[in-house]
Design a protein around this ligand. Sequence first.
Ligand code: AMP
Ligand code: MG
Length: 491
Amino acid sequence: MNIAFDNSYARLPPAFYQRQSPDPVGAPSLIVLNHELAAALGLDVEFLSSADGLNWLAGNRVLAGSEPLAMAYAGHQFGHFVPQLGDGRALLVGEVIDGNGQRRDLHMKGSGPTPFSRGGDGRASIGPVVREYLASEAMAALGVPTTRALAAVATGETVFRQQPEPGGILWRAAAGHVRVGTFEYFARRGQLEALRALADHVIARHYPDLAEADNPALALFDVVIDRTAALVAHWMSIGFIHGVMNTDNTSVAGETIDYGPFGFLDSFDPNTCYSSIDRHGRYAWQRQPTIAHWNLARLGECLLPLIDDDPQRALEHANSKLEAFPRRYQNHFNPRLTAKIGLDARTPEHIALALDLLERMHRQQADFTLTFRRLAELDPRSGRDDAAVRELFVDPDDFDAWAIEWRARLAVENRERNQFRAALQRVNPAFILRNHLAQRVADAAVERLDFEPLHTLLAVLARPYNDQPEHAELARPPRPEERVTETFCGT
Ligand code: AMP
Ligand code: MG
């Protein structure tokens, strides 16, 4: 089998990575292969489905042209700088150009120890592999920029976490794997030439137009600020909580990356934070824009010497970009938010109205996803039958009071009912990867090597904006006894 690898990262100076082959595994089997993605990447699905293909996916053979390597990076974890992280259980296997001419990384997680493993085993358990697979594909179907899941493999070996668990490998495709932490790695070491090479690489790969800018490093900072603002606004609008927004988990390509203890909102509480390792709620739902801003400040610090030789001027330039983040974030978030109630963001009252609904949802523990989804079912002109939404509120009167104001605004807009319904259904998903579902699917995989629930859920989450009445069970909020209050990094 030939894959037309073209490995631009492997052509960067040796300080950027350590070459490393995957460690073979004993008795691999394929859990799931993403046929559609494989085809889009120009990969041969037949090969990937074959015994030879499985051996490759398991890390038991390396294909010609692949130059597997572990990327070096640093990062701020929960606010504290760690000078040396890097791919400790993952490898960049190679890069391919997809059907759209886009360069994509093929990346393998759970491939065995690397020089960056820091005492870890370099492996992954099937539970987190299944969770990342589900999350990547759910997010992609929701329209959120994200790394994609290409395949999951069971290694046939055991990994030891809290208890023995079956081992797994996740293959993902990404626009790139350069993180804010990659810049920090070189900046903190004072390796200016490497830093410059990294910035050039990122510009050439992700933002080629910027090569012609007056100040490419400043332009790079600017575009990453905008992509990150857009990404986090998107997360917020669908109730996604990343869980570990450390700078090493922040891609400069504007994609969601590194799904660990992520979660989706069920009943709305802006302080929701599921991650077991996030004791103080640093990465809670409503803190995500602030944290993104903070992470971008760390990127800005790294870029200073590339922005201007004069440190004072460099700082002024960078700050002027960074200061614009909150406004940029609002510019991305507000239209997404008001669209959820069928209005536009040009009128400040519409934004206030949407925020007011969120407050009432919080007070009344209303389900985030279903409240918005069911607004589409209501008559924009009459509140006579609002039961579908009212029943989501502990005290439905709180919704009624809001709905009066809402209908008054809708009347001004004078929207036709079918058009209104379609518009709301396009932005408010019926299906999200609810935490109890992810847990149920991961448990079946870990405990029984049963991947049937995974396949069923993947198929439903591939069409999140479609009502799928036969799968109503997968749209409903968790019952009290099903509620997941904690998610784990689970490596
Ligand atoms: P993450 O939780 O994916 O953000 O990982 C943080 C750091 O820990 C990265 O440098 C990972 O490569 C490393 N790491 C996580 N799990 C393992 C593992 N099982 N073995 C070796 N390194 C790991
Ligand atoms: Mg990570």
